[in-house]
Design a protein around this ligand. Structure first.
Ligand SMILES: Nc1ncnc2c1ncn2[C@@H]1O[C@H](COP(=O)(O)OP(=O)(O)OP(=O)(O)O)[C@@H](O)[C@H]1O
Ligand SMILES: [Mg+2]
Length: 285
């Protein structure tokens, strides 16, 4: 029988929290479904799980360790003071304290979060990526001639499709300049402009450190997109379908060709996983 562990599950707090704050009410809401599912699953397999939410005070972790000495931290923290840019700093703190934790390490998070750096690493290892250019804030906005339209313009470090809408898809230099300037100003961010790759959008999840388990491939299915429009998982499509976003849903790929390709996807994704240095789990597109 596997060893039963004491697990401290760390949540994101959206306002200041205390060490023994009770989140029973929040855990019953839709927004906290992931947190509730993790707590329930840990309990179901016999581990002892307690939780702590972090907003702007990592000392709470030290305080909690005094009363509940966990074998491991189950890390669901994705931001600090509501800023998702600090997820790698939180993990750096665990690493410095020598605390074992689940999920990606700070190097992997830092590299994968930067859409420019991660593509440069993959390209170095011979893994095909779209042609792209990074245009830092404050730099003159020009398109290198070798970068061909249509192009998708995005903030270089955001995630979850922040800053991505149908207007991110640009087909001429005027639209290109406008969108890059918009990303610089509205998101206070450097911009990345990538050649638009047409095709199906597949997601492959992996779990492990050295030997990886490749999960079944899933496909993002776009509904109601007219045939001449680009299929993009915009912010609205992901988070606000009820506000005019295109309906999307992730379905498991039943396409026989995809299933047959799983061993190939397997070795490709494993290689991607190791090249970009995450640990524990990752999701790739
Ligand atoms: N070069 C591209 N060609 C075609 N579609 C793209 C391209 N880049 C992004 N997209 C579309 O935009 C969506 C969001 O882009 P991307 O995944 O790069 O950003 P994100 O979801 O904010 O970042 P992350 O996946 O790192 O959290 C993709 O799911 C895809 O639908
Ligand atoms: Mg994405």
């Amino acid at each position: 029988m596997k060893k039963k562990l004491k697990v401290l599950v760390l949540f994101d707090g959206t306002s200041p929290t205390t060490v023994d704050q009770d989140f029973t009410k929040e855990l019953k809401t839709k927004d906290w479904k992931t947190e509730a599912d993790v707590m329930a699953a840990l309990g179901a397999v016999g581990h002892t799980a307690e939780h702590l939410a972090i907003y702007d005070d990592v000392d709470l972790v030290r305080q909690k360790l005094e009363t509940f000495a966990p074998d491991i931290l189950f890390n669901l923290v994705e931001q600090f003071r509501n800023n998702p840019g600090f997820d790698q700093n939180i993990v750096s703190f665990f690493e410095m304290q020598g605390l074992p934790f689940t999920g990606c390490g700070s190097t992997g998070l830092t590299l994968c979060k930067d859409k420019g750096i991660s593509k440069k690493i993959l390209h170095y290892h011979g893994i095909p990526v779209p042609h792209f250019v990074v245009i830092p804030r404050g730099q003159r906005i020009t398109r290198p001639k070798q970068l061909k339209f249509p192009i998708l313009v995005k903030p270089v470090k955001e995630e979850a499709s922040y800053g991505i809408s149908q207007a991110s898809f640009v087909a001429n230099d005027e639209q290109f300049r406008e969108r890059v300037a918009f990303i610089h100003e509205k998101y206070s961010s450097d911009a990345i402009a990538e050649e638009y790759i047409e095709g199906r959008e597949l997601y492959v999840s992996l779990m492990g450190n050295v030997r990886l388990t490749v999960m079944p491939i899933r496909e993002l299915v776009f509904r109601e997109v007219p045939p001449n429009e680009p299929k993009i998982a915009t912010f609205k499509a992901k988070w606000q379908p009820h506000r005019g976003g295109v309906q999307t849903h992730l379905s498991f790929a039943h396409d026989r060709r995809l299933c047959a390709n799983r061993p190939a996807a397997n070795s490709r994704q494993q290689s991607l996983f190791h090249r970009s240095q995450p640990k524990s789990y990752s999701r790739q597109r």
